[in-house]
Design a protein around this ligand. Structure first.
Ligand SMILES: O=C(O)c1cc(=O)[nH]c(=O)n1[C@@H]1O[C@H](COP(=O)(O)O)[C@@H](O)[C@H]1O
Length: 224
């Protein structure tokens, strides 16, 4: 079975990204490239990373009016990513148009509530202060808009999976050990996220900042 781990290569340095990807490639199922990488290296950088041979998760978290998001996704079509993110809060029409614009084989997943936010952050942006309720509401919207799945924390994935049996669930904010969660606030272990029904685990710093990324990825894989 392929590993459910997508390693988040959050660096602007393409040589560093390639070096880590090559070190961990036998213990991960794919590579996640986000804004930091894309801003620095663009489409050519994504092509170069795809040569390593692992599926590419292009995490650009698009959030704009439907026409702009659809046109942006059309421009990304040649990259043919395995997974692409948009923000669920962009609304139904944006989600529908994003899915229609994506290549057939690309899973379009909607970010519900960032794992770096907690109750008080929700309150401060004017949402009801309950991450669980907010994630389930946006999961329902994503499902009815026809995208493939959502991004949520491991704290909500079980309930979201229950309501969307064949959905594709991406869970970041996972930490193999307690403590040192950095800017992440809704954190679970990789094992707990999988048990809750995650399809894919996004793991960055616990692997990329380790003294030995290969050993770190191997150790996490052994817990799954
Ligand atoms: O869409 C994502 O991947 C994402 C959504 C979210 O709610 N939280 C979140 O941390 N992420 C991404 O997941 C990765 C987490 O990295 P680490 O905290 O280093 O494991 C980063 O690349 C984030 O951009």
């Amino acid at each position: 079975m392929n590993s459910p781990i997508y390693v988040a290569l959050d660096t602007p340095d393409i040589d560093r990204a390639k070096a880590i990807a090559k070190k961990v490639q036998s213990h991960v199922g794919g590579i996640k490239l986000g804004l930091e990488f894309f801003m620095a290296n663009g489409r050519h950088g994504v092509h170069a990373m795809a040569e390593i041979g692992l599926p590419i998760f292009l995490d650009l978290k698009l959030h704009d009016i439907p026409n702009t998001v659809a046109k942006a996704i059309q421009a990304l079509r040649p990259l043919d990513p395995a997974i692409l993110t948009v923000h669920a809060a962009g609304g139904r029409a944006m989600l529908e148009d994003a899915k229609a614009a994506a290549p057939t084989g690309t899973k379009v997943v909607a970010v519900t509530m960032l794992t770096s936010l907690d109750d008080s952050d929700l309150r401060s942006v004017g949402f009801p202060p309950d991450p669980h309720e907010q994630v389930l509401r946006l999961a329902d919207l994503a499902k009815s808009a026809g995208v493939d799945g959502i991004v949520c924390s491991g704290a909500e994935v079980k309930a979201a999976r229950k309501a969307w049996k064949d959905g594709f669930f991406v869970v970041p904010g996972v930490r193999p050990k307690a403590g040192n969660s950095g800017d992440q606030k809704r954190v679970v272990t990789p094992r707990a996220a999988l048990d809750g029904g995650a399809s894919v685990l996004v793991i960055g710093r616990p692997i990329t900042q380790a003294d030995d990324p290969d050993q770190a990825a191997r150790a996490i894989e052994a817990t799954l």
